[in-house]
Design a protein around this ligand. Structure first.
Ligand code: DI6
Ligand code: FE
Length: 394
């Protein structure tokens, strides 16, 4: 009989088929065994979870957690009738966060990100993706990515970074997106990659940002560096980003409110995950929902994330994002749970997390609920009982 560092027993395992009772054995930070409670094949200290729900630690696969300042004024303007695009074109929006992020010291950026990260961790998150994209100059893009890495070293969480230099066109390059890519974005990507700061490459394909030909230039550079790609696509209008992402074998296409059935088919063929961001849909009072029925019909895996950012989604609750995905986009509670576990892992290209299975990392969340559907059902309530990161309770 194998020995385990810890055996969690008498749990309800989720996501999974129906009433799935059992336990999980952990050794060296990994899951050694998962199975029915009456068949534990290993020996070691046991902890009785008294019927609580046990899930993989949650994965927030799309955030802009590191940024300077806030945009509460812009929120007020939008309530008075200004649109997100009008504000962006008038020099507000992303570009105003760029100013605040450039001005902030590395320590100040770190200090501002800490409470946002802590809010996610308090809800059982064990992996967080963090993007750059509020620098739009080499030094600030690198600074953001260093802060992201530092958060991953200081907290019991795995941080995955995405380079998002193609997020907006900085004021100094207004009307010259290609020159911005040549002079700033692509060299910054190479520098960040050389310093080990980049896990994936993202972009914003939109009328107020970059078109598909420009994103393709960024993707070509990513491919040359051996980095996977993803994309903010079809958020405010249909621009061909989802199809482009699929053509490049992207890990994910994100937002997708204006994606079509054809986009869903292309994504299914490419294995590109649809990352749904209901916080941005909600905050922008969008009315067109992403084509969830088409994703379902085509078998496109759907992930859910907070999109935590100061403009379109000042949201740091992944549980609330799950609730919104159900209420606003009509996902089932079970789909919502897959959306923040195995499907979110796929959106990040991570094969060793997001599932309760032997060999996976022992990043786990224990919930004081009876039914896994309660995680998506409640609003503004946190039932986390405890969490494990690499097999250690924290
Ligand atoms: N889409 C988004 O929702 C965020 N970035 C993007 O490309 C919003 C960023 C912001 O408004 O600051
Ligand atoms: Fe985003």
């Amino acid at each position: 009989m194998e020995s385990a560092d810890l055996i969690l027993t008498n749990a309800r395992l989720a996501p999974g088929p129906g009433d799935h009772r059992g336990g999980v054995a952990i050794r060296d930070g990994r899951i050694l065994w998962v199975g029915p409670a009456d068949a534990v094949p290993c020996a070691g200290p046991c902890r009785d979870l008294e019927g609580r729900v046990l899930t993989p630690a949650l994965i927030d696969c799309h955030t802009h957690l590191v940024h300077g300042g806030h945009r509460a004024r812009e929120f007020a303007l939008r309530l008075e009738g200004a649109s997100y695009e009008q504000i962006a074109r008038a020099g507000g929006g992303i570009v105003s966060t760029v100013k605040a992020t450039r001005a902030a010291s590395e320590d100040a950026l770190y200090a501002q990100a800490v409470p946002r990260l802590e809010a996610l961790l308090a809800e059982g998150v064990g992996t967080v993706e963090i993007k750059s994209g509020y620098g739009l100059d080499r030094d600030t893009e690198l600074k953001m990515l260093r802060v992201a890495r530092r958060l991953g070293q200081a907290f019991p969480v795995r941080v995955v970074t995405s380079f998002l230099g193609a997020h907006a066109i900085p004021t100094a390059y207004a009307g010259m997106p290609d020159k911005y890519l040549t002079d700033i974005c692509l060299p910054a990507l190479r520098a960040a990659h050389a310093q080990g700061l980049v896990d994936a490459v993202d972009g914003f394909c939109e009328g107020i940002a970059f078109d598909t030909a420009q994103i393709a230039r960024v993707y070509d550079e990513a491919r040359a560096l051996g980095l996977p790609v993803k994309l903010h696509a079809e958020q405010l209008s249909h621009r061909g980003g989802a199809a482009l992402a699929a053509r490049h074998g992207a890990l994910s296409a994100d937002h997708l409110e204006y994606a079509t059935d054809e986009d869903a088919r292309a994504m299914a063929r490419a294995g590109t995950v649809a990352v749904l961001l209901p916080g941005a849909f909600y905050a922008l009072r969008e009315t067109q929902a992403p084509p969830v029925a088409a994703f379902r019909a085509q078998g496109v895996p759907m992930a859910i994330a907070t999109d935590a950012n100061p403009g379109s989604s000042p949201l740091t609750s992944l549980l609330l994002a799950m609730n919104m995905a159900c209420t606003l986009f009509r996902l089932t509670p079970d789909e919502a749970l897959h959306g923040v576990t195995d499907h979110a892992a796929r959106a990040l290209g991570l094969a060793d997390t997001g599932r309760l299975a032997a060999g996976m990392r022992a990043d786990l969340a224990v919930w004081s609920v009876e039914d896994p559907a309660e995680l998506a059902y409640r609003i503004g309530f946190n039932p986390l009982f405890t969490r494990y990161f690499e097999g250690r309770e924290c």
